[in-house]
Each structure stands twice: as C-alpha cells, then as structure tokens.
Design a protein. Structure first.
Length: 460
C-alpha cells in the first residue's frame, strides 16, 4: 500500500490496513482548523466540519475566502497568513481544506504554517473516514483502491519532476523512486481483479435470491438522510448481510447514528411486505462534490443499487429546498447513469417540518420528485404507505394455474409455491391438486418445471 507521509512525500507500506488503523488512533483529540475557498457567494463550512468531527477531529477554528483560485496557494497569500495566525491562536495540529488541493499547493500552504501542522484536503479526509469504517474485505479493498487512485497522479507529477530536476527533495516533495509509481499501478490492477471476483460472487448471489422469489430493493441517497433508520422500520428481524463470512441469515443490523458514513459497505435485510418477499440493501451514502475517481473506486458497492429491482432514493426533507434540489440532481446523475430500475423518492424526517412546509417542498421539487412518499423513519409515520408503494412499483408478477397429481411430492411443490409466491386459490380433488398463484417470472418458470417433473414421474 502506498500513501502520503506528513511532509507530502510518498511512502510505501506492506500493510495498508495497519497504517490506516494507526492513523485513526492518532486522530483522536487532534485539533483542526477547517478552511474553504469559493469562486463566488459565501462558503458553507457545515459539511466539512461534520466530516472532520466524524473522522475524530476537534474543530477549533474556521476560515473561508471568496476569490478565484490561486495557483500557488489555493487561497490568496494574505488569507494564508491569516490561516497561520488562526492555527497559532487555536493551537491546531492540522488544517483541513474543503477543496481539491494540489500537491504543490499543499506544500506551499504547509510551508507557511508552524512546523508539524499538516494540510489535509477534502478527499484525503473522506478517505480517512472510509478507512475507519472499512470493516470488511470488500470495503477495505475499495478504500485502498480509492487511496491509490488519489495518489497515482501525484506520483506521476513527482516522477516527472525527478526526471526534470536533479536536486533531491525538489520543492519539498522528497526523493522519488520511480518504482513507487509502478508499484501503485500494480496494486491498482491487483485490487481491481479481486473486486471483480467479489462482484461476480455477489451477482451470482443476487440471481439466486431472485430465483428464490425475492425482489431486490436498494436504499440510496445522501449520508445522514436516514437510510439506516428507514431500513430498521421496513426490515423484519431476519438479516441477510452481504459483507460477513457467516451464515447469510445471521448478519448484523444496519446502524443508525447521527454521523457521516456510518454505513460504508452494504447491509441486506429481509423487509416486511404484504405479498412480496423483499430483500432491502442499505449502501454507502452519497456526498456532494465527489470526484469521478472516488465514485468509480466504490463501483462494487454501487452495483447493489444498479442491479436492484427498485431503488428508494431517500432525501432529508428537513433541509432547505435549495439543498434538497442540489442533492436530488446529483443523486439522479449517479443513479440514472447505469441504473435501469424504477426510482421512488422518499422524503424522510417529515416530523421536523412545520405545518404546510411539506406541501410547499413537494410543489417546489415536483420536477425532480413528481410523486414522493413522505415518511418519518424515526416515528414510523408514512411507513405503511411506503410499503404499499414498494409493492406497486416492483416488477409485475406473472399469474399461473397448475394442476398437479396428488402425492407427497406434489404437496412439497405446493408448499414451495407458498414460500416463493402468493397463492390465490388451492383446491383438491380425488387425484389432483390445483393451485392458482402469482409470482416472479423466475419462480413461475421453476414451478412449471417442478410440475412437469411430477407429471413425468406419474406417466407410465
């Protein structure tokens, strides 16, 4: 595993997971100043502060600037001086910049700060959080892939500089060994191969579940929209966790905490519906302004959304309309790129709204969410309506009527149909049983095959 050291150099580690665990332990109690530059308007530091706190930092100060980007420092030089003074005043250990800061800018800003104060950009912080939450092999691989893809262009810059300038440590970047760049590319290829193998197994598992009569429903949406709490409302006691190496009915319950990225991997649970057998999967939450390389690194997790039969897009209805609109647009861009399943928008946290506020937000967002279901995952309001909507939006079932020769084997088939579909009528005569039912096309096909096998056995 490769990674940046505190001085901006590239180092190698034989155990990336151990390095992240060590870093996570070191974050506790670290004092951070958060900063952000915007081209126009007013910088909002709310999300970066939440991210920093979620990672374990103690945010002790904030700074923002509205101006065009400075190629050398990101901020203007005067603002960098103010940042230095703020760091000294608050005795901060690091500066977290809510921008994509280049390696030169990182070095330049860091050189203006007191010794030992680290400069961390938005995506490094997100990767730190992901590393803390990665408790399964799949999640760990995706985090490592994201870290490597983040480091690769920086390694390429350093390799170019090393060839162009013979001075070791040029611009404070440290001596560069070109083998590091090759090692990063090799590890990326190896991780992609292993993730492809995991994805293949998961796709096989999804098909097995469909063949067993389950519809697959995915929860999507921004982090802290309440997806995990909603899952707890919809789910039965039975767990079917995607990410544990144990019996699939013994998975852990989806967490629901007021912190970002509680759910990094996928948790699948059986949902309670009137007629349909539904498996509900909770996935990592979206977050604004994620670069393409980071989204691509978590493609394996997003497959749970792309390959679902129905997607529930959960939106925090307590947020201002402007933020809801921006998040809906970004979510649609992510989902509609590859997703073919219908999408039902869920306005969550309606218990936090004032009278009449929900109607106003429905009207304002009707173009992006033409018929949302309004719920409160915390209180349970609207959950019954959501269950009805899920069953209505799932792919249509087929109707079938089978006549089976009366026998113990036939009764086993009838029992199997009850378990995998919805039986409308079941009648018995002296020598046969008739069962009328509706089920998923794959279940109907298997029921017909089982009936044909019984008829073949009965025929001389």
């Amino acid at each position: 595993m490769t990674g940046r050291t505190g001085d901006g150099t590239v180092g190698t580690s034989t155990d990336g997971n151990e390095r992240r665990r060590d870093r996570s332990r070191n974050l506790e109690g670290r004092r951070a100043v958060v900063a952000k530059r915007v081209d126009s308007g007013e910088a909002d530091l709310t999300e970066i502060t939440q991210l920093a706190v979620s990672a374990g930092y103690d945010v002790v100060g904030e700074l923002s600037q509205t101006r065009t980007e400075d190629a050398a420092f990101m901020f203007g030089e005067g603002k960098v001086a103010a940042l230095r003074d703020l760091v000294i005043e608050t005795d901060a250990d690091c500066v977290i910049v809510d921008n994509d800061v280049g390696p030169y800018q990182t070095f330049n800003v860091g050189s203006e700060l007191p010794d030992g104060v680290e400069v961390i950009d938005r995506f490094t912080l997100i990767l730190e959080i992901f590393g803390q939450r990665a408790n399964t092999r799949k999640a760990q691989l995706q985090v490592e892939l994201a870290e490597l893809r983040y480091e690769l262009p920086r390694a390429e810059v350093k390799a170019s500089l090393a060839k162009r300038d013979e001075r070791p440590g040029f611009m404070g970047l440290g001596e560069y060994d070109e083998s590091v760049e090759r090692d990063i590319k090799r590890q990326i290829a190896e991780i992609r191969d292993e993730l492809a193998s995991i994805a293949k197994k998961e796709e096989s598992r999804r098909e097995q579940r469909r063949e067993s009569g389950f519809d697959l429903v995915a929860l999507a949406g921004y982090t802290n929209a309440g997806k995990s709490t909603l899952m707890r409302q919809l789910a039965a006691e039975l767990d079917v966790d995607e990410n544990v190496d144990r019996h699939p009915d013994l998975g852990t319950t989806a967490e629901s905490q007021d912190m970002l990225f509680t759910t990094l991997g996928t948790t699948t649970r059986r949902a309670e519906m009137e007629k349909r057998e539904v498996l509900l999967t909770d996935t990592v939450g979206f977050i604004s302004d994620l670069p393409h390389w980071l989204v691509e690194s978590f493609q394996s997790t997003l497959e749970s959304v792309y390959r679902a039969d129905l997607v529930l897009l959960v939106v925090d209805a307590s947020e201002p309309v402007k933020e809801m609109r921006e998040k809906l647009v970004t979510s649609h861009d992510t989902l509609y790129e590859r997703n073919e399943a219908p999408i039902v928008t869920v306005f969550n946290k309606i218990d936090r709204l004032e009278p009449g506020e929900l109607a106003d937000k429905r009207a304002a967002l009707s173009g992006l969410a033409p018929n949302p279901v309004a719920v409160s995952a915390r209180t349970g309001a609207g959950i019954a309506e959501l269950r009805d909507r899920v069953e209505a939006e799932l792919p249509d079932w087929e109707r079938e009527r089978l006549v089976l020769p009366l026998s113990d084997d036939a009764m086993s088939v009838v029992s199997w149909i009850h378990d995998h579909g919805s039986v409308d009528e079941e009648t018995y005569a002296d020598d046969h049983v008739t069962v009328s039912f509706e089920a998923a096309p794959t279940v109907v096909a298997r029921a017909r095959s089982k009936a044909a096998d019984l008829s073949a056995v009965e025929s001389p």
